[in-house]
Write a protein that binds this ligand. Sequence first.
Ligand code: ZN
Length: 310
Amino acid sequence: MLSAKAKRELAVLSGYKCSFPGCEQNLMLDGASFIGQLASIEAVHSHGPRHNPSKNETSLLEIDNYLLLCPNHHVIVDRQPEIYSAEWLKKAREDHLKNISGIISSSKEFAEVKLDDEVEISLEQALGVWRNNSENPSEEVWQNLLKKCPSVLSQVFPQSMFQLGSKCYVGGKSISNSGGNLVDFIYASKLTGNIVLVEIKTPKTKLLGKKYRGNAYSISEELSGSFVQVLNYKDQLIKEYYKLSHNDGSDTFSAFNPKCLVIAGTLESELQEATQYKSFELFRNSTTNVEILTYDELFQKTQDILDMVK
Ligand SMILES: [Zn+2]
């Protein structure tokens, strides 16, 4: 059996949708249950469909030997292995994951930083983009930059993390498959599989609101809004994961407690006086569930890393 952790990872990467070309069925029914099935591309058992005797059991238990299907398509592909060959299924899986994540195609590749990949840009290039665009209020620009250079975010975590996906579905779809929430990025630990949900705003996002009784500032609506939003995503994801891992009777769920990170605003442009700094720091140090990092702090870390390797 594939591990529960690998199942969850594949379900998230697949956007909880059937991988069969054109099916797109949402496999997480609204408030009900997960109906997806993980089909093996090459069966582990010798009598199963597409069994490949040249491969050992361990390699057949890797996540890349599985794809997420709806129950109907699972039956269809397993009954007609001569039509739905291993090659056919591998391609369907790859196309589907590419569609969903919009970036890299297989889970193996996620784990390796591929510097020569044309999709990605270097930390230096990312820093250059930051310097020339620090006033850019378009969230899309920042979404694209952090997607193209996953290390900008991964180096802020104490553990070794990789970008699992961008614009990831975290739940909340209705039964008609409409709506649903997408978190900007999910990072996963290479060692434990635990994850961080990252919600980004722009460097122009206000951090503080009105002055309050002369010596303190309130937190801006935008910042407190993204705060609540990312906690909602976390809540939803935990519920969906719970259903998912509950289905196979495993108990690995207990270790699953995603962290949240919000990237917004800049210290430099907004926090001009000491009371502003103090209010902001007080707020962010009091939030144990969500970490807040400003854009200038984020790219200062990038600069530090680059200075260190020089
Ligand atoms: Zn299907």
